[in-house]
Design a protein around this ligand. Structure first.
Ligand SMILES: [Zn+2]
Length: 249
């Protein structure tokens, strides 16, 4: 197959043999792809290590193979976010990890690619990185097709007063339906309207939302439960996310 020029985020890097690395890239056109980059860990290598580090945005040439590992060559560093806040770095790496978890190999998704690109840039300028993380999470759930429905009750499909949240249904449910539904969680009107706001608001404007970190943490938890019900990952991947919503920074 002819070589393909591509650009993407390094989601994951694994050292391979003496001098090579295996990179997982997330690109706009080819989606999530894996490839081996040979010889870059040699002492006299002209390629700077940042180029093949997790978090880098790089240009490279891909040789696709039908079996075995794809080959990557001529990597060129385009961007590596230099965040002032330590927490922004953590969030950025966390987001890359989520994308690696929920996108399968060779799956393309331009919406999620743009979301990642935007999030990486907004994290450079925001004063509320935790809110940007929450915005990313809610929008990611939407692009993955798991919800979150906030307009009408997920069970009776009617406009009624909302009292519960069902992670299994990926949305809100009314008081009456909530009585029959196990595994649903009581929510307030405020929580419902915060999720609504995040869904319809551009990521860069989400920091205008005036909520407490605890409220953000709760909504993030509802989002995680929703993903949990819709994927077959059977471990708690979000354990460390609490650090995003706690502590002063
Ligand atoms: Zn209902």
């Amino acid at each position: 197959m002819p070589p393909i020029k591509t650009e993407g985020f390094v989601l994951k890097r694994i050292d391979f043999r003496e001098t090579s690395v295996i990179l997982t890239l997330f690109t706009k056109e080819l989606g999530k792809i894996k490839g081996i980059l040979k010889g870059v860990r040699k002492e006299n290598s002209k390629i700077s290590p940042l180029t093949f580090s997790e978090g880098a945005y790089i240009h490279s040439i891909l040789y696709k193979r039908k079996s075995g590992l794809n080959l990557l060559s001529s990597p060129l560093l385009i961007d590596f976010p230099n965040y002032e806040k330590k927490i922004s770095f953590k969030i950025y790496f966390w987001i890359l990890k989520l994308i690696d978890l929920f996108i399968s190999e060779n799956q393309t998704d331009e919406n999620i690619f743009s979301l990642l690109d935007k999030t990486m840039k907004i994290l450079k300028v925001t004063n509320k990185p935790w809110l940007i993380f929450l915005g990313f999470k809610i929008k990611l759930i939407g692009f993955l097709g798991y919800g979150i429905r906030t307009d009408i009750c997920c069970k009776c499909n009617k406009y009624k007063k909302i009292s519960f949240f069902s992670p299994k249904m990926g949305g809100v449910i009314c008081k009456e339906c909530g009585k029959e539904e196990i595994n649903c969680i009581k929510i307030t009107n405020k929580v419902n309207s915060i999720i609504k706001f995040i869904k319809k608001t551009d990521l860069k404007n989400i920091e205008n939302l005036n909520i407490k970190k605890e409220e953000g943490e709760k909504i993030n938890f509802l989002g995680n439960l929703t993903i949990y019900y819709h994927t077959n990952l059977d471990f708690i991947w979000w354990k460390n996310e609490k650090n995003i919503f706690r502590g002063d920074y």
